[in-house]
Write a protein that binds this ligand. Structure first.
Ligand SMILES: Nc1ncnc2c1ncn2[C@@H]1O[C@H](COP(=O)(O)OP(=O)(O)OP(=O)(O)O)[C@@H](O)[C@H]1O
Length: 793
């Protein structure tokens, strides 16, 4: 049965509910935190910076005021900020130090108005250095407040509603799209229900593929990559590329983008290849993924494509990468354009007027104009801003009209700058890490969609409990402390990722539930076959799923990405998997490929046997130092069962909060020492663990010895990355045999697939193997296939 209008409305309503719940969880976390903390504690937690001074007010893109804050020498001995959590894009309030009103009170609203009532202004962190933080403030209603900002102010972090609001707006648009009768007369810009939207919503099946002959730019693409390129180009509406770790997902996307923009001898077999100029919108779940693609596009040799013009949308402060990447931002391109000069003149005039109003011009001695003169000058500011916005819009529009490839995060693709722009193809990288509604933001601008991701790695980060059923099940079967809502407390703040993970700590039951009865299977063999059916494109199960699951169902959780849902709805009709990995030694790859990738993931011969001893820096040391136990072993397992290396709950007794394990940290430290002694550089090693408290403990012990080059972080933070040697500290060791969020197999998969040549696992098998069937299977696999060591070294 195809999807009806009412199915879509239920789908949208369910998303609204889930988003609202997510928003509430975020607010609860932030406001509880803020209202219970003194300014000093907030500062200690990195959520506030006190005793700051305004050192300048400039004008940025969109006519926003850019307020620069520093630590004046009158209040501080060092101009450097203490450690803090402010990042570009965060919402923050600048307020006077005398206004000690409860800082948490405004977080629910955090609107400009509410900020004003406290005598502060709310804005977005725009730029950041060790000594200066710049806040971009929308000038509407705020000009007076900006000019009146006291010398002595503080900055407090707020819950950000911008991304939430954008997703809600997207749901509104979708609702109007499917119920055109309800479209108000003013809503002329509501997009039409396109064929792409119909397919995505299950109103019609994907159209038949159009066969193309393709001459590849990259002749080294392997067969599954070529197949994926063909599939993406030939699918009329939607194509999902499943890229397990290290399989060249980005490589494949670059080829697809090149073929779309400049088809290379591409001809449809009926010889009707379009010759018009095509445009692509490339999005990612994170700024990092977007800039990774941009960097690769910019690396294409000059002359290969005269026409390949890229423009990166987004705060320049959030753009990561080299000067070339920064040079491709809309800001940079706009400032280089011919028309920019005129806008710059207006901007200079505007900035000077603002400085005069604030009394910051030379000779003013801090005294701005008063009375009528002041009023008159504000009138000028208003006019100048209007003129600046008009000139700036003209510049931006001319840059965007030139761009063939526009790059942005899913969220920032919703910027007003791209309003009414249409793209032939929308590509979303890391699509399995993006919320479904975040994907709809760019999708509404495109005629065709290509998603890339790996549903077997971590899903989008969420804070809220999504399913009542799940909550009850969780609290009934385990300590209530595992309930995410309960975990909000001020004295012991978990990382959002740990909190989030508690939502999805089941053994796969929070994953996409294939509407296949095999998901309820209890035997271990069956459990494996479920995994296999998820990824096997040709399996009977998936064919059945594709046949029966066309109807759009409301999501059970925000963790179900659009990629997951399409896989469930259409199976092999919309998915191709990349099958050769270029990262791991085959022993490291063996367990994940068997259990999560239906044994389809093969190791390329260039990596299948590579070991630490083949690295130039270890092989050059000669046999005198060669430590073959380290350099010649791909997988090591330190089993601490029976050693009583018990975990510790960070923040006291009970099960809440993050966990650490001191004895495990000692084992890790010794193994790092041995790797380094054998010639492995600290920069080639990563120590990863699911718990932030263990990261802190390991950092305090290892950083002083090995420096910052040695990477120490959470599993979640390592997704998408790799190192030559990886040590995993599992942490959990207790008599109750509780493993918490460690059992989430997608997290385990990320952990075990980061290493290229050497993987060392440190953990208590007696605790860990009771966590889930998957953990048990992994521990059994390690016991049979790794170099197993018991206890300490
Ligand atoms: N066809 C190929 N031949 C040789 N090497 C390849 C090929 N495809 C990809 N690689 C190599 O594999 C590595 C991973 O490629 P890439 O970064 O594109 O993968 P990815 O799937 O995006 O990575 P991740 O797993 O981090 O998401 C790179 O070193 C790349 O050079």
């Amino acid at each position: 049965m195809a999807t009806s209008e009412s199915h879509i409305i239920s789908f949208i309503q369910r998303h609204r509910t889930l988003l609202e719940r997510e928003r509430e969880a975020e607010i609860e976390q932030t406001s509880l935190l803020l209202s219970n903390c003194s300014l000093k504690l907030l500062e200690q937690k990195g959520l506030a910076l006190s005793a700051l001074g305004v050192v300048g007010v400039n004008v940025g893109l969109g006519g926003k005021s850019l307020v620069a804050l520093e630590r004046p020498s009158a209040y501080h001995t060092s101009p450097q900020f203490p450690p803090h959590t402010f990042r570009p894009g965060d919402l923050a309030r600048v307020e006077g130090h005398s206004k000690v009103a409860a800082v948490g009170k405004n977080t629910k609203r955090n609107s400009t108005k509410s900020a004003k009532s406290d005598g502060g202004v709310t804005g977005v962190v725009y730029k950041l250095s060790d000594t200066r933080i710049v806040i971009a403030i929308d000038q509407k209603d705020n000009d007076d407040d900006i000019a009146e900002l006291p010398e002595h102010c503080r900055l407090v972090k707020l819950a950000n509603s911008a991304t939430h609001d954008r997703m809600v707006k997207t749901l509104d648009v979708m609702e109007l799209m499917v119920e055109p009768g309800s479209t108000p007369p003013s809503a002329r810009d509501i997009p039409q229900l396109t064929t792409l939207s119909r397919v995505l919503l299950g109103m019609m099946p994907p159209s038949p593929m159009q066969s193309l002959e393709i001459e590849f730019y990259d002749e080294h693409l392997n067969e599954s990559q070529k197949e994926a390129v063909h599939f993406a180009l030939e699918s009329p509406e939607v194509a999902c590329i499943h890229g397990p770790p290290g399989t060249g997902k980005t490589h494949t996307l670059i080829e697809i983008i090149r073929q779309i923009i400049v088809p290379r001898k591409t001809q449809s077999r009926d010889d009707q290849a379009p010759s018009r100029r095509r445009r692509v919108l490339v999005c990612g779940a994170s700024n990092l993924s977007v800039d990774n693609i941009l960097q690769r596009l910019l690396r294409i040799p000059a002359g290969a494509h005269e026409q390949l013009k890229c423009t990166r949308i987004g705060h320049p402060a959030r753009v990561t990468g080299n000067d070339e990447v920064l040079g491709s931002t809309l800001d940079a391109q706009s400032s280089r354009s011919d028309q920019a000069e005129l806008a710059r003149d207006v901007k200079n005039e505007l900035e000077t007027t603002l400085r005069v109003l604030a009394g910051k011009e030379k000779g003013q001695k801090g005294k701005g104009p008063r009375g009528l003169e002041r009023k008159k000058m504000w009138g000028e500011v208003k006019l100048l801003r209007k003129e600046y916005r008009q000139r700036e819009n003209a510049v931006v529009n001319s840059v965007l009209a030139e761009a063939q490839i526009v790059l942005a995060t899913c969220h920032s693709s919703g910027t007003r700058l791209l309003n009414n722009m249409k793209f032939d193809v929308v590509i979303i990288d890391e699509a399995t890490q993006a919320l479904e509604i975040a994907c709809w933001i760019p999708v509404l601008k495109g005629a065709k969609l290509i998603l890339a991701g790996d549903p077997m790695q971590l899903p989008p980060t969420i804070l809220s409990t999504n399913s009542r059923r799940k909550t009850e099940k969780t609290s009934a079967s385990r300590s209530t402390a595992e309930s995410p809502r309960k975990a909000v407390k001020v004295t012991n703040i978990e990382t959002p990722l740990e909190k989030k993970s508690k939502v999805g700590d089941g053994d796969g039951d929070t994953e996409v539930d294939l509407s296949d009865s095999s998901t309820s299977s209890s035997s271990e063999e069956d459990a494996e076959s479920v995994e296999i059916s998820r990824d096997s494109r040709t399996s009977e199960t998936q064919r059945n799923v594709a046949k029966t699951a066309l109807t759009l169902m409301p999501p059970r959780s925000l963790e179900v990405s659009m990629f997951d849902r399409l896989q469930k709805m259409y199976g092999s009709k919309v998915i191709r998997m990349l099958q050769v990995q270029y990262r791991m030694h085959k022993a490291i790859c063996a367990f994940p490929t068997k259990t999560l990738y239906a044994s389809k993931l093969k190791s390329d011969s260039s990596v299948a046997k590579h070991l630490l001893r083949d690295l130039p820096n270890t092989s050059s040391l000669g046999s005198a130092i060669e430590d073959d136990e380290v350099l010649g072993t791909p997988v090591v397992f330190f089993d601490t069962a029976g050693c009583e290396y018990y975990e510790r709950a960070d923040g006291g007794e009970g099960d809440e909060g993050s966990k650490s394990n001191e004895n495990e940290a000692v084992v890790v430290a010794k193994w790092v020492e041995r790797l380094v002694a054998a010639g492995v550089y600290p920069s080639q090693i990563a120590v990863i663990t699911p718990y932030q408290a263990q990261v802190t403990l390991l950092s305090s012990q290892l950083r002083p010895v090995h420096g910052t080059e040695l990477e120490i972080g959470t599993v979640d933070g390592m997704q998408g990355r790799e190192k030559e040697a990886v040590i995993i500290s599992l942490v959990r060791s207790n008599e109750k045999r509780e493993v918490g969020f460690l059992k989430e197999k997608r997290r385990l998969n990320v952990a075990m697939t980061r290493a290229r040549r050497h993987l060392c696992v440190v953990g208590d098998s007696a605790t860990v193997q009771h966590g889930s069937k998957y953990l048990k299977k992994w521990i059994e696999w390690l016991e049979h296939n790794a170099d197993v060591r018991f206890g300490a070294l």
